[in-house]
Every structure is written in C-alpha cells, then in structure tokens.
Design a protein around this ligand. Structure first.
Ligand code: FES
Ligand SMILES: [Fe+2]
Length: 335
C-alpha cells in the first residue's frame, strides 16, 4: 500500500502489514463526519457518509499532497481545502474544479482500505505487495457470540505497540503491578509458566494456578491479532462468572499505540442488564484504575528497554511473541 521501501526494522517498529488492525471506536466517526487517524506510522482519513457507510482513505490529496482531513465533507466525497479537488470514498477523483475536464478526473489516485465495524470498533486491512487483497478475518468469539456482553474501552498511550502487546503476554505482572486492585490481589506471587500451541497462536499459562488471578492468556492471530484472557470476579461483582478481556493494539507510530479492551461476560436476559448497570456504575471506574497502572508503567519504560534485559522463565511468552513479530517483519520487508 506504500511506495517507499519498508525495512524489517521499520515494520517491527510501526506494525506489521498483511493483516487487519483496529483503528478507532466506531463512535469516533459520526454519520456525516470525518476524522484523521495515524495508523502504522501513516496518515489516514476516516470518512462516514450520512447513511453510515464508512470509508478509509489515505489522508493525502492526489494533487499536491495536502491532508484531505483539512478539507470539506461533501456527503459522498471530500473536497481538498487547498485547490478544491474532490475525491470519492473509493479514492477516485471526481472533479478538479479549477480545471474541468482535467485528466485526473475519473482516476483512482487515493488509496482506500477495506474496513469493517465490529462490536463498536473500526477494523481496516493493511495490505502488502504480495497480499493486497484482505486476508480472511475470523473475529474473536466473545465479540460475536450473542450470549456474551462485551463493552469496549479505548485508550491512547505513549508506548510502542510491541510493549503494549508484550504486557498482555506477561500474566505475572498481575500479581505485582496490580496487586492493590479489586481483582488481582489474590494468589501466589510465584509461578511456573508453559507455552501451549494452538492452531491460531498460543497460550501462555501458569502450570499451578488457574482461576485466581491473571493466570493465562491466549494470543490469537486470525487475520487480526488479539489476546483473550480471564480475570476471576468476586460474587459481589454480579452475575456471569469470570470476567474476560479481548485485547487489541493499534500501532500509531514507532512511539505510540492505541489499546482496545472489550470487557466481556457470558450473561443473558435480565442478568445482562444487571451486569451492564453494575459495570457502568461501579466496575468500569475500577478497571480504568487498573489500566492506568499499566499505562504508567509502560510509558515509563526506557526506549531501549528490550535491548538491555535479563529475562527469566516468566518471559517465555514475550520471547515467543518477539520471534513471531520479528520473523513477520523480516518476511514483509521490501528493502
Ligand atoms: S493539494 Fe489538494 S487540491 Fe491541490
Ligand atoms: Fe496489566
């Protein structure tokens, strides 16, 4: 999707292509609105027609490169502010008002990405030269199961995307960093971990404790990368048993990322309403506090954190993750 050569280091720093990535919550782009967004170190424009249809265009006017996001929403197309060139939602130039009949008209000159909206979030496919067409996307079951109630929480962090994913593949931090939280105060502060392969990724789990703290996590690569994990809940937290989290990370650029956490529970009927109510009035605030602990720690990590480490057994999940992403970046590098 890009014409500049991509090195493995750049891909590793800004995020892999050839897959779907979460972009923003759907609510960030109201009908009839547009919004600029940085993804994988590139500038994009989300554009929603008044009927709700969403498009994602490179935020770059095909004339002389001005950001289309500074332009005007014309309902089914955007007009660049600089000289008024109009671009349709599939990236085709529909009009050059300053020079009618100009040969730019009718040409598809702006990249337009495939998008999908899932459980309150926008996902987009970022192609590679070998794989320009979208790969098959299998969505996380908790986001598609009608008996599961999932509530999206979104935040932007000054943290490289890899560190945010590594944090999720590191369950042991629950017993320390989140020790003073309402859900992760309990359980052993020592553990042995193992990796268990699956056909879509791997589990990284404690061998001697389950259902007490943050005891396991599964990395899933199903066209989009996501993790599933579960945190036990006390009975006071209402119906639905353990509390699950589906997590995704959007690389913004080499230094920043956005995190998507769907908090989910298997609940039906009136229990669903109870759970939603409890979550909104009581539990959500506590979860933000936990998430803040992650943010504070990760934003404070030095830039060369992964260059000077002394890893031990609990870091096998992180090591595996790095091998996957580093290998992927090398395979996709065009330079
Ligand atoms: S740069 Fe957009 S119309 Fe000229
Ligand atoms: Fe955490």
């Amino acid at each position: 999707m890009t014409t500049t050569p991509l090195t493995a280091d750049h891909l590793y720093a800004t995020g892999l292509r050839g897959q779907w990535h979460p972009v923003v919550p759907s609510s960030f782009v109201a009908p009839g609105a547009m919004r600029k967004v940085t993804v994988l170190g590139e500038q994009w424009l989300l554009f929603r027609r008044s009927d709700g249809t969403l498009s994602m265009l490179a935020d770059r006017c095909p004339h002389r490169g001005a950001p289309l996001s500074l332009g005007k929403h014309l309902g089914d197309r955007v007009a660049c502010w600089y000289h008024g060139v109009e671009v349709e939602t599939d990236g085709t130039v529909s009009s050059v008002p300053g020079l009618p009949g100009c040969n730019l008209e009718g040409k598809q000159l702006v990249v337009s990405l495939p998008v999908k909206e899932v459980s309150g979030a926008v996902l987009a496919y970022f192609g590679t030269e070998e794989q320009p067409q979208p790969v098959e996307l299998t969505l996380p079951e908790p986001l598609t199961d009608p008996d599961t109630e999932a509530i999206l929480c979104y935040a932007e962090w000054n943290v490289p995307w890899r560190y945010a994913v590594e944090n999720l593949l590191d369950p042991m931090h629950g017993a320390f960093l989140h020790h003073d939280s309402h859900t992760m105060f309990d359980g052993d502060t020592t553990a042995k971990f193992r990796i268990r392969e699956t056909d879509r990724g791997y589990f990284f789990e404690k061998t001697d404790q389950r259902g007490v703290n943050f005891d396991w996590v599964e990395l899933c690569r199903t066209g989009v990368d996501w993790v599933d994990l579960s945190i036990p809940y006390p009975p006071s937290a209402g119906p639905g048993g353990p509390f699950g989290i589906v997590g995704m990370v959007r690389p913004v650029d080499a230094e920043r990322c956005a995190v998507f956490f769907w908090r989910y529970r298997t609940v039906q009927g009136w229990q669903r309403d109870t759970w939603r109510f409890l979550y909104k009035t009581l539990i959500e605030k506590r979860h933000w506090e936990v998430l803040e602990q992650d943010r504070v720690m990760l934003e404070a990590m030095p830039a060369d954190a992964d260059q000077r480490e002394n890893l031990y057994q609990h870091d096998l999940g992180v090591v595996r993750l790095r091998r996957l992403y580093r290998g992927g970046a090398e395979a996709q590098a065009t330079a």
